[in-house]
Design a binder for this molecule. Structure first.
Ligand SMILES: [Cu+2]
Length: 271
């Protein structure tokens, strides 16, 4: 009796724990959106799903209707339609135009609006924006903050491993590269990702509107331990972030080792 009971308790604990995680990270079957612009991607996803579902229902309805209305009956003679008459061509043109402009056209325009109004609207490097350099490697994320002098690749740079504190309600601009293979910096709770490529600097920006801890995943299969490549984004209040910068910055200066060339992977930030 003891063993089944223990197994039951263990299963209940696992379910309770996973529900807790699900509560924090997921809403309605998708990761909780805690970003300024994530709603744009969600809207496109919803419109696409709705359009495809509606079209599927209409097409199945037409096929079922045709099968029921034109089925074989005693005395009914089959006839053949070429489908190239004027009325057929007009009907085909009207239906395709409605689908093309009504669905694809709306998606195309909305996608470009989202790009220009959100994803490509790079924040100014005005001292308020948090800038971070990321060096991806098999299998983790090296992060570099510029430190007090605001410049990268200097002795006061703050280096972290898979740990990314950022302030709430402030734009965060990331420039990234990879040490080895192609990785992809993925923030499911911010609906954004960008490939990190060897020898090439790529960038992305986002802004958090809620505090909490959110996963940084790798969205490119990058080797046998790809599944382990996970960082943690910690969204905190600006005052707490400033405090962390102060402490981590002082530690960074104390720990700086000019001979440790492995740690000097940063590059000059270009706006
Ligand atoms: Cu990876």
């Amino acid at each position: 009796m003891t063993r089944p009971r223990n197994i039951f308790l263990l299963a209940a604990a696992v379910v309770a724990a996973s529900c807790g995680v699900a509560h924090a990270q997921f809403i309605g079957g998708r990761p909780l959106d805690v970003s300024l612009d994530g709603h744009r991607g969600d809207w496109l996803f919803d419109v696409t799903t709705l359009s495809v579902t509606l079209l599927f229902i209409i097409m199945v309805g037409i096929m079922l209707g045709a099968a029921l209305l034109h089925r074989d009956k005693p005395g009914r003679k089959a006839h053949y339609e070429t489908g190239i008459g004027r009325s057929h061509l007009v009907l085909t043109a009207v239906i395709s135009s409605v689908i093309f402009f009504g669905v694809d056209g709306v998606l195309l325009v909305s996608s470009f609006n989202s790009l220009t109004e959100g994803f490509w609207k790079w924040p100014a490097n005005d001292g308020k924006t948090v800038t971070v350099e990321v060096m991806a490697q098999q299998w983790g994320w090296n992060l570099r903050y510029p430190g007090k002098d605001g410049k990268f690749n200097t002795p006061d740079d703050i280096l972290t491993w898979n740990d990314m504190p950022i302030p709430k309600d402030v734009p965060v601009m990331i420039k990234m590269m990879s040490k080895d293979v192609i990785h992809s910096f993925y923030l499911p709770n911010f609906r954004t990702k960008q490939d990190a490529v060897p020898g090439q600097v790529t960038q992305l920006w986002f802004q958090a509107v809620e505090k909490g801890e959110f996963e940084i995943g790798c969205a490119q299969h990058c080797g046998v331990n790809h599944y382990k490549m996970k960082g943690m984004l910690k969204v905190v209040e600006q005052a707490d972030f400033n405090q962390w910068l102060e402490t981590a910055g002082a530690d960074a200066v104390r720990r700086y080792d000019a001979a440790d060339t492995e740690a000097h992977w940063g590059w000059d930030w270009e706006s």
